[in-house]
Design a protein around this ligand. Structure first.
Ligand SMILES: [Zn+2]
Ligand SMILES: [Zn+2]
Ligand SMILES: [Zn+2]
Length: 170
């Protein structure tokens, strides 16, 4: 959760540093750690014992960006600093859904790129009349036909790998 800039209800001052703030997991009220301690760990909104968010944190097993193992669990990936901590199981579940959708999109894009790349390379060989038309209308005017086709193939396989990594994210 973004804490900096949010006014603390206990002292009415804005929170300046993320590390100075915390929030109540029950009502999501953001406040200063020090103010909360001074208030005897009672949430001003719930008027009851403050529910520390740390008890609800969920850490992913892998980084969602570079897929490096997040072990031992850290809030940020040791390799690329991407966030590997979610504030609640719900937030984590929503993110996993997003990764599944990314996986499907990458797979479709990858297959499309491979199909285009392969047909550019192979069409003149296997389908002389149609292939020649495709080759000279689409590939040749682009300048370096071979370069474009290879780029499509490489990107396509890259997207398939990414799709596979995203589908395994947890
Ligand atoms: Zn305060
Ligand atoms: Zn509360
Ligand atoms: Zn990473």
């Amino acid at each position: 959760m973004q804490l900096a800039g949010i006014p603390c209800p206990l002292c009415s001052q804005k929170i300046l540093l993320e590390s100075d703030g915390t929030w109540c997991a029950r009502c999501e009220t953001v406040m200063h750690r020090d103010c909360l301690t001074a208030a005897g760990n009672v949430c001003p909104r719930c008027a009851g014992a403050y529910d520390a968010p740390e008890g609800h944190f969920v850490y992913s097993k892998r980084c969602p960006e570079c897929f490096r193992l997040n072990d031992p669990p850290r809030a940020r990936c040791a390799g690329c600093e991407a966030g590997t901590r979610w504030d609640s199981p719900d937030a984590y579940a929503a993110f996993r859904k997003h990764m599944k959708r990314t996986s499907i999109r990458s797979a479709l894009l990858g297959l499309l790129e491979i199909a285009i790349g392969a047909s550019c390379l192979l069409s003149p060989v296997f389908l002389p009349p149609v292939g020649m038309v495709i080759f000279f209308l689409l590939v040749f005017p682009a300048g370096a036909g071979l370069y474009v086709a290879m780029k499509m193939l490489i990107e396509g396989f890259g997207n398939l790998v990414r799709s596979w990594q995203c589908s395994g994210f947890e």
